[in-house]
Design a protein around this ligand. Structure first.
Ligand code: SAM
Ligand code: DTB
Ligand code: SF4
Length: 338
């Protein structure tokens, strides 16, 4: 049968799913180990990308790319010390600390995003986690964005008991909370909260019935083993995150990672391909870093299975690839927004 021939060969199947007959969804999430994913990483580039493209076509239209808009609703002054982030109060990055936006400002931005073709609106806040009184305004933002018939996503940091349920009740579709890297490297990047704290918040969001948007940052000086470890962690969630943002580090002046060693762009494409193969049903988002990428590199990322982007001229504190450039790239590649 056609389908069986394009499934990964047995030596590259993760352990739990190896026993699952082709075409059936295993009730147990495949247990991807770092070693499994390192084996994928080590494939010749063409073989890896071919395999990713096959996995992509089993579950998605390979020429459709989901587009999410992003808005920072509370910028700067964060108590945490994430080394990549310009919004940490400890960063020396030149950043105006801003108070929380008003609901009307958010609504106006969401209308513009929808008119431009985005289907999801993501709101980010530079908090360790939301205080209950701040959450109330976010809930209002969610309700008004949802009323525009946009999917909603927020990223607010660590959640306390009961907050996830409030977000879900307001109509939140996705909670974004990245693991950012493998557990063993996390302490090199952040000291003010732990990997276990992040996992706990992901469980709270899932427990409240929301979809999860969870990925990481590539290019922070981590090894391939660490990249594989991050993907193994994500792919072994049961179920894996519905949305997996793969951010290329934006090396922001004034942050401790401003001089991070450059990453071979092909290694970034390999990471996307490994994410696609290990999480075949998830949207893999080519997230931060697109502004610095050539059109050719982005095209390789789409070929390797990326099928979502941030759309709009800004990310949180840095620029994104301009909408006009994206439109031209989609036209040149025959891609459609989805
Ligand atoms: N404070 C919340 C938190 O940490 O979860 C939400 C906002 S935080 C800015 C969201 C995510 O943005 C981070 O987890 C990280 O993956 C990404 N990010 C932040 N700065 C970045 C940078 N310079 N380059 C790439 N990704 C970055
Ligand atoms: C995600 O994974 N990436 C986005 C979003 N989720 C919140 C943030 C990227 C931030 C890039 C750096 C900046 O603009 O400050
Ligand atoms: Fe704060 Fe989030 Fe930036 Fe960390 S990544 S410093 S928690 S805004």
């Amino acid at each position: 049968m056609m389908r069986a021939s394009i499934l990964p060969t047995a030596d590259l199947m993760p352990h739990a799913s190896a026993a699952t007959p082709a075409g059936q969804v295993s009730p147990v999430a495949p247990q991807w180990t770092s070693a499994d994913i390192e084996t994928l990483f080590a494939l010749p580039f063409n073989d890896l990308v071919f395999r990713a493209q096959q996995a992509h076509r089993l579950h998605f239209d390979a020429n459709a790319v989901q587009r999410s808009a992003l808005l920072s609703v509370k910028t700067g002054g964060c108590s945490e010390d994430c080394k990549y982030c310009s919004q940490s109060a400890r960063a020396e990055a030149k950043l105006e600390r801003e108070s929380m936006l008003e609901v009307e400002q958010v609504l106006a931005a969401a209308k513009t995003a929808k008119a431009g073709g985005a289907t999801r609106f993501c709101m980010g806040a530079a908090w360790r986690g939301p205080k209950d009184r701040d959450l109330d305004r976010v809930l209002e933002m969610i309700r008004s964005v949802k009323a525009l018939e946009l999917e909603t996503c927020v990223t607010l940091g660590l959640l306390k008991d009961g907050q996830a349920e409030k977000l879900a009740a307001a109509g939140l579709d996705f909670y974004n909370h990245n693991l950012d890297t493998a557990e063993e490297f996390y302490g090199e990047i952040v000291s003010t909260h732990t990997y276990a704290d992040r996992m706990e918040t992901l469980e709270k969001a899932r427990g409240a019935g929301m979809k999860i948007c969870c990925g990481g940052i590539i290019g922070m000086g981590e090894s391939r083993r660490i990249r594989a470890g991050l993907l193994a962690q994500l792919a072994s969630m049961n179920p894996p995150p519905e949305s997996v943002p793969i951010n290329h580090l934006v090396a922001i002046p004034g942050t401790p990672l401003e001089d991070a060693p450059p990453l071979d762009p092909f290694e970034f494409v390999r990471t996307i391909a490994c994410a696609r193969i290990s999480m075949p049903r998830s949207y893999v988002r080519l997230s931060a870093g697109r502004q610095e990428m050539s059109d050719e590199l982005q095209a390789l990322c789409f070929l390797a299975g990326a099928n979502s982007i941030f759309y709009g001229d800004r990310l949180l504190t840095t620029g994104n690839a301009e909408t006009s450039r994206d439109e031209a790239l989609f036209a040149r590649l025959g891609l459609r927004g989805a």
